[in-house]
Design a protein around this ligand. Structure first.
Ligand SMILES: C[S@@+](CC[C@H](N)C(=O)[O-])C[C@H]1O[C@@H](n2cnc3c(N)ncnc32)[C@H](O)[C@@H]1O
Length: 350
């Protein structure tokens, strides 16, 4: 990815000149500009460079700058040409966000890293730095990363009330978001804390791990994003503790505990901000139990608007993976499909 640095005053003056020029002159001027950008650094243009950024320079990816210039150069009408030039000027000089994240909507084409589709087919998990992937039942770091890029700005506060191995807080450090995590199991919390501390903290954010029950632990603070990744009922038993959601005796009890968790946690979220719930379904006694949808309904009743249901690929628990052939046989015999997905519910607080 090559960035072009543009000396502000002469470049904007040239854009203004081309905006006012007659059609033929404007086209020639735009084409000459595009040719010079394409041929950098050989074109040796006096106010465009690929390096040596100067204070007050404007900057744009070469491919995007070229697209704007070529669109303008080949526009069918003068009105259209001026439209493209106006958009280029805006993209270079003004920042417009939706107030929730740092995406400059005037340059939305530049955010390749941020996903906007509802199907997340995630390949290898990110195992860099402190992301060791040691915890059975963790989520891949790409999940909290995407959620934070989409729903927070630098310096915002993120709460993860079912912290597990601390994946969310490791990502907080990388992205410059403050983070608070709650984990019921002391030993898990301690290990998470140690790993989070190992992760560099270039933005000097706070990342704290609290030990306790997310449905009752007294909490203060204001959060701009909450990420909840509860047990998927009893698919994995995380502890012997009866407050652990994975020990709820029935699905109805589990949902009651979930409602308590949401009622306790949701007041800490700022209005108009986002709650993301990562949840999967379960299979029990010959029946698919749609935990995801039941959890979604329960959460919506707590004053949230549903913004998206993201479906993410899922490779199953370790136990199931080692018995793949057996499970395939069971599926064929039993008339059901094997879980290959889970959900990320995106909800906005009203
Ligand atoms: C699905 S795991 C979360 C994994 C985490 N996202 C990660 O990447 O490691 C759910 C976690 O919630 C914890 N937990 C269960 N009930 C809890 C409760 N009532 N309060 C706080 N944590 C709880 C479990 O111990 C477990 O670590």
């Amino acid at each position: 990815m090559t960035t072009v640095y543009l000396r502000r005053a002469p470049f904007l003056a040239e854009l203004a000149r081309l905006q006012a020029a007659e059609t033929a002159a404007a086209r020639d001027g735009l084409q000459a500009l595009a040719d010079a950008v394409a041929a950098l650094p050989e074109s040796g243009h006096p106010w465009m460079a690929l390096s040596q950024q100067q204070e007050d320079d404007l900057a744009m990816r070469r491919a995007l700058l070229l697209r704007y210039l070529q669109q303008a150069a080949t526009a069918y009408t003068a009105e259209r040409r001026r439209h493209y030039l106006r958009r280029l000027r805006l993209a270079l000089t003004e920042v417009r966000t939706n107030g929730v994240n740092e995406v400059n909507l005037n340059r939305w084409q530049e955010y390749d890293e941020i996903w906007t589709d509802s199907l997340w087919l995630i390949g290898d998990r990110d195992r860099s730095g402190a992301h060791l992937g040691w915890y059975w039942g963790n989520f891949v770091p790409q999940i909290p990363r995407q959620l934070m890029l989409r729903y927070t700005r630098r310096g915002d506060w993120v709460l993860d009330p079912f912290l597990g191995s601390g994946t969310t807080l490791i990502e907080c450090r990388r992205l410059g978001r403050h983070g608070v995590g709650i984990e019921l199991v002391e030993a898990v919390a301690q290990k998470a804390r140690a790993l989070i501390e190992q992760e560099p903290n270039p933005h000097r954010v706070e990342t704290s791990v609290l030990v306790g029950d997310a449905t009752a632990l007294p909490l203060v603070g204001r959060f701009q994003l909450i990420i909840m990744h509860p047990p998927y009922h009893d698919i994995i038993r995380f502890s012997e503790d009866e407050r652990d959601l994975s020990n709820a005796p029935t699905v109805e009890d589990y949902l009651a505990r979930w409602r308590q968790a949401v009622a306790h946690i949701a007041p800490l979220l700022e209005r108009e901000r986002y709650l993301a719930v990562v949840i999967g379904d379960k299979y029990s006694r010959g029946e698919w139990i749609p935990l995801g949808f039941r959890v979604m309904e329960a959460t919506l009743e707590a004053g949230f608007t549903l913004k998206s249901i993201v479906v993410k690929n899922f490779e199953g628990t370790r136990g199931k993976r080692s018995q793949q052939a057996l499970w395939r046989y069971r599926a064929l015999a039993g008339g059901f499909y094997l879980f290959k997905h889970e959900y990320i519910l995106i909800l906005k607080k009203r």
